[in-house]
Each structure stands twice: as C-alpha cells, then as structure tokens.
Ligand binder design. Structure first.
Ligand SMILES: [Zn+2]
Length: 309
C-alpha cells in the first residue's frame, strides 16, 4: 500500500473552506471542510497548507488538475468511513453499531474489511484516535457475531501488510488465534494455524510470545476473550480473566495501564443503544446543517463496500 503524496488542493467547488480529495483508481470525489481535514493530522495539514488561496489562484482546467489530493491506492469505501469519523467522531461508535444491526452477512464482512483498512490507513497517516476507534469497532463486531480469526485475515496481516503499520492489528489477531486454538473446535483451527506458522515465521513468533505473556500474567488463554474490551475504569477484579483491557490493542502513546483511555470521550464510551443526539457545539464537528450538505457519508447500509474478506 503506497500513498500518492502528489498533488493537493482546492476543490473547484466552493473556495477556501473546501478541499477535494480523490480516492482510489476510480477517483471517487470527497469534498471536505478544509479546517476539519487540516486539523485531523500532520499529514493532511502539510498538504493543505500547500494549497494556494483561491483568490490568488487563476483557475483554469489545467491548474485544477494539478491541484487535487489524490490517494490512488486507498479504497473509497474505507475513506468514506474515515470521513464519517472526521465529521461524527463522538457518534462514530453508535453509527457503526446501528449499521451492523441492519446489515446482511456479506455487507458485515466488507464493513469489517474496510475497518481493517481504516486502521492501516490511520497508521500510515499517524492518527491513533482513528486506529483506536476502528479497533474498538472491530472487537465489538467480532463479539457480536462471534467470529473467529480467519486464516485469510492472518495471512493478509502477515503476508501483505507493512509490519509497523499492522503491529496493533497483528497483536489482536494473534490473541484471537490463541483464544480459538484453545477453544472447543481446536482441531480444525490447529491445522490451519500450523500451515500459517510455516508460511509466516513472524506469526509463529508473535503467537508464542503472546502465550508466554499469558502465562506470565497467569491468564487463562481459553477464557480470556480478545473480542471483549474492558474499559480500564471500574474494572472489577474478576472481569479481566474474561477479556482484555481496552487499551491493550490501542495505539495512543499514553501509558497503557490502569488510567483512563485518552480517546475515551471521542470513542463515546456510553452503553448501547445510544440515542442519536442533536448537534453538539462542543464537538469538533460540523454542525448538522453543514454535514447534510457537505459530508459525502450516507447511510452505511447503502454503501457498496469492496470485499477483501
Ligand atoms: Zn486506550
């Protein structure tokens, strides 16, 4: 996965407040508020600061072509979820949650694929808050639908992904693998895993390191479920036997321990189902009216996700 860092700039649409991003080979167009995108991370800030102001910019067709941020190797459906996060970060978990309740199995799997891509994309642009939102959503989906870690997914993480970008996903996937290998249907899973261990020595090493850590912390790998994320606050002593602390698979730089997750507010740690709140002025989001006009994100059910599963 590589980025075109090539070209930036303004959408031909509405001047300085709007940036146009083209995504994928098909160049699906996203128009995004300049400040919102710029404030999200250094990657976008750098590109957007290079955008000439429209008032000093003699617009013609050629210049427009030279002045668009194009991400040719990213999936538009993944980027759509990123834009959803950008505009609705506090409500992001609720949107994903309600989308998964209504989706057919095929769409659920492609949503999962795009959440994985979102996690990797966020690693590339160094935006840990998005990684952690994606990770929480993935764990919740796996818990809700009781999915196992598939050999295909492990092969993707260890065979196709940059090791650094995928480090958190790998950590979680290995914990999932260990959990299923020690579960009830272990014979078939063991057979698949042995083949994977031969193909991907890094996976084998990570797996054994994980088992070692489980032994050191006196955790029972048969019941410590990596689908189950436990907020650090208010954790009762018995609970950690059955799940992992939420921050275990997070990417933020704050110490992973007993403290509060720095993304807790943004991640909306409220029991489901969430009511859909009205516009909230404190949020770093556009207000509702702007979102309706500008945000390209529609109902997640209507999105035609690419399928990599
Ligand atoms: Zn955290």
């Amino acid at each position: 996965m590589r980025w075109s860092t090539s070209k930036t700039v303004v959408g031909s649409l509405e001047g300085a407040d709007i940036v146009t991003v083209l995504v994928g080979e098909e160049q699906r167009e996203f128009t995004i508020h300049r400040n919102l995108l710029s404030d999200s991370c250094a990657f976008f800030r750098g590109h957007i600061e290079a955008i000439p102001s429209p008032s000093h910019h003699q617009q013609n067709d050629d210049e427009d072509e030279d002045s668009i941020l194009w991400l040719p190797n990213e999936a538009p459906d993944m980027f759509e979820i990123f834009v959803l996060w950008l505009y609705q970060r506090r409500r992001f978990p609720a949107f994903i949650e309600s989308a998964t309740q209504a989706m057919c199995p095929d769409k659920l799997r492609t949503l999962r694929t795009n959440l994985v891509r979102l996690h990797l994309f966020a690693a590339m642009i160094e935006l840990p808050a998005v990684q952690d939102a994606a990770m929480d959503a993935l764990q919740d989906m796996y818990l809700r639908f009781d999915w196992d870690m598939s050999p295909h997914f492990l092969a993707f993480l260890y065979g196709e992904c940059d090791a650094q970008h995928a480090v958190r996903l790998r950590k979680w996937a290995v914990a999932m693998l260990a959990w299923s290998l020690h579960g009830v249907d272990k014979a078939a899973a063991r057979h698949d895993a042995d083949k994977l261990f031969v193909a991907y020595p890094d996976l084998k090493a990570d797996y054994h390191m994980h088992l070692q850590k489980m032994v050191q912390s006196r955790a029972d790998v048969r019941i410590k479920n990596p689908q189950l994320r436990l907020p650090a606050n208010g954790l009762r002593s018995g609970e950690r036997l059955f799940g992992f602390r939420q921050c275990t698979f997070h990417s933020h730089r704050a110490a992973v321990g007993e403290g509060t997750c720095p993304h807790a507010l943004a991640l909306g740690q409220t029991p489901f189902p969430l009511p859909v709140p009205g516009p909230d002025k404190e949020e770093v989001e556009s207000d509702k009216e702007e979102t309706d006009i500008i945000s390209p994100v529609r109902d997640l059910n209507e999105v035609s996700y690419l399928d990599l599963s």
